[in-house]
Ligand binder design. Structure first.
Ligand code: COA
Length: 464
């Protein structure tokens, strides 16, 4: 039975910090953000928004757009790493909000949990719900998988320039108009790591940025190795001599904590894949330098990062590699369109891979590319750490969805924050009634209880 993504919707908060303002106020070169990281604007939540609001707003959009009633939905999963409760799942808040519009008890039949594994948890949720459909358990109903996050880092930290916020919701069913997932090829890797984590009670994460960059690429590569084996053994793809699995992916969507991380990760994967192939000799000739090897090739991530000579040479080699015509062709045709939304919105943690997927569809379609039958590969990564590689094929009816995609109009009119407003929001100095923009036809947070017996209870309303 086919199963996959029928439709996709986004909700992005309308406030943003501009990279130029950020650089000026943090004493940085704006080119570092814009060119070095690929960050132009970072979406920021208002004082009356939390990750549950973002998720509920995205859900309402997809339900209204598809004329769905709660009876059509069998499962609602939320994946986030911005949870604000240790026990009550974010789904229940979202159901509570949706029932303000659809009627009390209207989602009573609907199951679901909140899933957590840093940025990769949404991919696990997609996989589990796809299998729920494949197993015939859905009985004609759809699943909603929502990925919703607020990427917020400490003031003055190096992570602060890679913030963002938003939610993406995917409607899954057995007749997907957009993308059918390839069966029996989803591959994972997992390892106990401390590259990025958020201990109980801490609002912002503890991050080892460069370590997490390298770990991300290593883990995705491991998952890709396992994906390759599955693809060949299941007979999904026949690999000819001299080919790599990446040749069989028309598009590659990577996890995007900032848009240039997609470029970095693609270059890493392509380089490792091509190294085994006859074409590598020509590439090395073009680059004009030998591929550097760390002093301790079997060393740890720390030892590789600490090998300054290797790191400098590897950086130089990567830069030259990414300038080769062969790599440029892969980059332009398979990845570049997926990065556009990320530069405008920033990091969405769990949602960034799927914002990239949506971006790729919209901007490739605008180029006039016929997407029917194209295979899309996904490289998902979550710190802590786990990676997942999987793929799907764009369905014949994709145009019904993609022709109406318009990122700018879906984000709506945006307000560029002053530095003072940004700092006040970051330090949680504003109460919900002091929100910066007035919301219309949206769920907003109106109150968080502080009384001993009801501490942490949240109240939301739908602003007509
Ligand atoms: N002009 C142009 N480019 C510049 C520049 C300038 N003035 N200054 C720096 N750059 C480039 C660097 O060369 C680098 O590019 P490269 O990766 O292609 O070499 C890029 O900008 C980033 O600079 P870097 O010095 O590596 O940044 P940093 O160490 O200060 O911080 C992160 C970068 C990503 C580590 C940091 O923002 C972070 O910790 N983010 C959160 C964690 C995260 O996102 N992890 C990803 C895996 S999940």
């Amino acid at each position: 039975m086919a199963a996959g993504i029928d439709d996709i919707a986004i909700y992005i908060p309308r406030l943003y910090v501009d990279a130029a303002d950020f650089a000026e106020n943090r004493g940085l070169d704006p080119v570092k953000l814009q060119k070095g990281l690929g960050v132009s604007q970072m979406a920021i939540v208002d004082a009356n928004q939390d990750p549950a609001c973002l998720a509920a707003n995205a859900c309402l959009r997809i339900m209204q757009k598809n004329n769905l009633s709660p009876d059509d939905i069998g499962r609602l999963y939320i994946s986030t790493e911005s949870a604000f409760d240790e026990s009550k799942a974010m789904n229940s808040y979202v159901i509570g909000m949706l029932e303000q519009v659809y009627g009390q008890g209207s989602f009573e039949h609907c199951g679901g949990v909140e899933t957590k594994f840093a940025c990769v948890s949404g991919s696990y949720a997609l996989y589990d719900n796809t299998n729920w459909i494949r197993a015939g358990e859905a009985e004609g109903k759809h699943a909603l998988v929502v990925v919703s996050d607020i990427a917020k880092y400490d003031m003055g930290s190096s992570g602060e320039m890679t913030q963002g916020a938003g939610a993406v919701v995917m409607l899954l069913n057995d007749k997907p108009r957009l993308l059918a997932f390839d069966p029996k090829v989803t591959a994972t890797s997992i390892k106990d790591e401390y590259d990025f984590y958020r201990p109980f009670g801490k609002e912002t994460p503890i991050v080892h940025g460069q370590y997490s960059n390298l770990l991300y690429m290593i883990q995705v590569r491991k998952a890709l190795e396992s994906y390759k084996k599955k693809v060949v053994s299941s007979g999904l793809i026949k690999m000819e001599q001299g080919e790599t699995i990446l040749d069989h992916m028309d598009y590659i969507n990577m996890h995007l904590p900032y848009s240039n991380m997609g470029k970095k990760a693609l270059a890493y994967l392509v380089r490792h894949e091509w190294r085994q192939l006859p074409r590598w000799k020509k590439i090395l000739d073009e680059i004009g330098m030998k591929e550097p090897i760390p002093k301790d090739p079997r060393g740890t991530i720390e030892s590789v990062l600490g090998d300054e000579e290797f790191m400098a040479k590897d950086h130089e080699f990567t830069k030259l590699f990414t300038k080769t015509q062969e790599y440029q062709e892969v980059y332009e045709s398979k990845l570049s369109s997926s990065l556009i939304a990320s530069t405008m919105i920033g990091n969405l943690y769990t949602a960034s891979l799927y914002l990239g997927f949506r971006s790729s569809l919209e901007f490739e379609y605008q180029k006039g590319v016929d997407l029917e039958g194209k295979r899309i590969g996904f490289g998902s990564y979550g710190s802590g750490s786990s990676a997942m590689v999987f793929s799907g094929v764009v369905q014949p009816s994709y145009k019904e969805i993609v022709r109406d995609m318009n990122l700018e109009s879906e984000i709506g009119s945006r307000k560029r924050l002053t530095w003072g407003e940004y700092e006040e929001l970051h330090e949680n100095k504003l109460s919900p009634e002091e929100s910066i923009v007035h919301s219309n036809k949206e769920f907003i947070l109106v109150h968080i209880d502080t009384k001993k017996e009801s501490r942490g209870e949240r109240r939301y309303v739908y602003n007509e």
